[in-house]
Ligand binder design. Structure first.
Ligand code: AP5
Ligand code: MG
Length: 231
């Protein structure tokens, strides 16, 4: 049975969120999930990076914060998010990656979804200890074209330095430099970690052990999705 259906009436489009610290594997798992579920991935980090690459005003504003490892202010993030959700590919369902990240974003999201007659269905919290996060981020390679991530030892591309999907030349994200990555982990602890409690109180959180081979984490993550909106 599709996770979007309980076998009776049609329901509003699936809305899932992947939650977890920098380097926990949100982007890695999101790529599998959206393919499997035929829904759109909405990564606010990736949207900001696209704006930075295009040199837009929004990109210039966001870059100041991203380069320091800090969160982009809520108003800027929400405006960009609303615009993204209005796109047609989001009509079938969305997987939010790295959003919401503050209590204010979680509340604004709830109000926004209500306005669309949608609701959050499941928040998948990928748990990974801090020392593992640091080693994953310090080695991560990213495709600037499509955002796919790799790691020379943990998740190597088929051809060294090139993206499996589009052949793009892989780069290190500027904010993966050691000092900035640590700052991002601290910002997560200070401003984002508690957002999971907001969703816990709503009974929406499924915790997933993010350690171990990517395929194993994928299996555990998919299992939580199949429990979404059933019953
Ligand atoms: P964003 O792009 O969202 O970054 P992040 O949350 O810091 O998370 P990452 O993308 O670093 O990690 P990930 O969990 O996706 O891990 P990945 O799968 O790549 O945000 C960047 C910036 O944008 C923020 O700092 C902020 O400034 C701004 N921003 C974004 N959203 C915002 C918002 N809502 N509000 C305000 N500001 C916002 O995996 C990491 C590495 O590990 C990879 O190399 C991968 O190959 C490897 N790996 C993954 N899984 C495994 C595994 N199981 N075993 C071994 N290796 C693995
Ligand atoms: Mg990511």
């Amino acid at each position: 049975m599709s996770p979007q259906s309980n076998g009776s009436e049609p329901r509003s489009p699936l809305t899932l969120a992947l939650f977890g610290p920098p380097g926990s594997g949100k982007g890695t798992q999101a790529a599998f999930l959206v393919e499997q579920l035929k829904i759109a991935q909405v990564s606010t980090g990736e949207l900001f990076r696209q704006e930075v690459r295009r040199g837009t005003r929004l990109g210039r504003q966001a870059k100041e914060y991203i380069d320091r490892g800090e969160l982009v202010p809520d108003e800027i993030t929400m405006a960009m998010f609303r615009e993204r959700l209005a796109k047609s590919d989001c009509a079938a369902g969305v997987l939010l990656d790295g959003f919401p990240r503050t209590a204010a974003q979680a509340e604004a999201l709830a109000a926004f979804l209500r306005g669309l007659d949608r609701q959050m269905d499941r928040v998948i919290y990928i748990k990974v200890p801090q020392d593992v996060l640091v080693s994953r981020l310090s080695g991560r390679l990213t495709c600037p074209e499509c955002g796919t991530t790799y790691h020379p030892e943990l998740a190597p591309p088929r051809r060294a330095g090139l993206c499996d999907r589009d052949g793009g030349r892989l780069v290190q994200r500027d904010d993966d430099a050691a000092e900035t990555a640590l700052r991002r982990i601290n910002v997560y602890k200070e401003q984002t970690a508690s957002v999971v409690d907001y969703y816990r109180n709503l009974g929406l959180v499924a915790e997933v052990d993010g350690l171990g081979p990517i395929e194993d984490v994928r299996g555990r993550t998919l299992a939580t999705v199949s429990q979404s909106r059933v019953g």
